[in-house]
Design a protein around this ligand. Structure first.
Ligand code: ADP
Length: 396
């Protein structure tokens, strides 16, 4: 094996420093490696809960050898384990001289620990079949490379920890908001119910029929509101613990949509809905009750958050999925909120309308249980479109 060029330390360091995508950085590092350090195979092992896992195997067939060994991704595991145990660089040579025609059975291993201030996080292993062994200079270069890998993975772990922390913090914030919202939300209808009931029961006053009816209607509506709030909370808890059972059956989409439209128009008398679902009737595998619930939620949201706007339901068939779009011409949702509206408890600030921030989360989970996708497009001042994509070939 001839002596190779010196490594381009700058290229290596920069690719580690500036590449946010660690796989890409790994590709660059491996490519630059080949100009100064020849090997048949290279593998990276990372430690995880004191176990060692192969994270990525980067094969560089520099010499066109070792093809059969490539099939076995565990080839460097033993060396990796020894390096992890000793904490030192390890060169492992085959026992006897190398016959030229059987190079594959004579591997020369080089194992290097990936060291960070918090200890060894993994091992980098090279193999050359049939030698030659590694020179001191090559070992020094490989150490430099291992240090780069180590800092890259340390950075990756740090990024992941920061992202997890941010996520946890956001969840806690949402939960706290939710408790504040939900106690307010539960108290408001209860307050109405209690207030009007007490009024009606006052022994010193006699109410005429019209007033009594009006009060009872309010009590009735508020009780419904309370029920739906509690249902939402229970349902999202069930969805989260995966105890919600789906009952899949072939369902006529146009019929399901027609029913939903009738129901929503009974509730929101002024809501204008147009639909082209009847033009091309399709059958999808669905839980009709759950899917109706999604439609109902999207219609109610349009009525609540895009008041006065018509809603158009557009149905289109694609190669392997069925698309159902709910298009409104309301105020839209600002881009900074759009990414969060399917999150549990998330409500766009500034809307006084009652709600729990659970509706779209539940819809998303139901569509997901149908192996579909719920997404949204929105433009402030123009309107919002919710898109349900359901697979056509899902067996149910
Ligand atoms: P909520 O119980 O608050 O209605 P959802 O999860 O159903 O909760 O919706 C989340 C948020 O998304 C709502 O608070 C609202 O701000 C926004 N939103 C939902 N649908 C629309 C729509 N059609 N137009 C504008 N904003 C919407």
């Amino acid at each position: 094996m001839k002596t190779e060029q010196k490594p381009d330390y700058m290229v290596i360091a920069e690719s580690v420093m500036f590449n946010a995508d660690w796989k890409q950085a790994l590709d660059i590092l491996t490519a630059s490696l080949r100009s100064f350090f020849l090997f048949d195979n290279m593998a990276l092992y990372l430690k995880e809960n004191d176990q060692i896992n192969l994270v990525d195997v980067v094969y560089a067939r520099a010499m066109g050898r070792g093809k059969s060994a490539e099939a076995d991704v565990d080839w460097g595991l033993e060396v990796a384990m020894s390096v992890l145990e000793s904490g030192n660089t390890l060169i492992k040579k085959p026992g006897s001289a190398t016959p030229r025609d059987q190079r594959i059975s004579f591997p020369y291993f080089l194992g290097l620990p990936l060291r960070t201030p918090n200890g060894i996080i993994g091992v980098l292993v090279f193999v050359r079949f049939g030698g030659p062994t590694y020179t001191q200079e090559q070992v020094a270069d490989a150490r430099f490379l291992a240090a780069q890998f180590a800092s890259m993975f340390e950075r990756k772990q740090l990024y992941e920890q920061v992202a997890a922390l941010q996520d946890a913090r956001r969840q806690i914030g949402l939960q706290e908001d939710f408790i504040a919202t939900i106690s307010h939300e539960l108290r408001t209808p209860l307050g109405f119910i209690k207030g009007y009931t007490t009024t009606l029961l006052r022994p010193d006053t006699k109410w005429d029929d019209a007033t009594r009816n009006e009060f009872l209607t309010i009590i009735d509506e508020e009780a419904d509101h309370l029920t739906s709030l509690i249902d939402h909370m229970l349902e999202s808890a069930r969805l989260q613990s995966k105890t919600l059972v789906m009952n899949f059956q072939p369902v006529r989409l146009d019929a399901l949509l027609r029913d939903s439209v009738l129901r929503i128009q009974a509730r929101y008398k002024d809501l204008k809905v147009t639909s082209d679902a009847g033009a091309s009737p399709v059958v999808v595998m669905a839980d009709s009750v759950r899917l109706t619930q999604v439609f109902h939620n999207l219609f109610s949201n349009a009525a609540k958050y895009a008041p006065g706007s018509p809603v158009h339901v557009h149905v289109s068939q694609h190669e392997d999925f069925q698309r159902i779009e709910f298009i409104d011409e309301g105020p839209g949702i600002a881009p900074e909120h759009l990414g969060y509206i399917f999150d549990k408890f998330y409500r766009v600030p500034g809307y006084g309308t009652s709600g729990s921030g659970l509706g779209l989360f539940i819809c998303g989970q139901i569509v997901k249980a149908h192996h579909g996708v719920l997404s949204v497009k929105s433009e402030v001042g123009k309107g919002t479109t919710f898109i349900i994509d359901l697979p056509l070939n899902y067996p149910g």
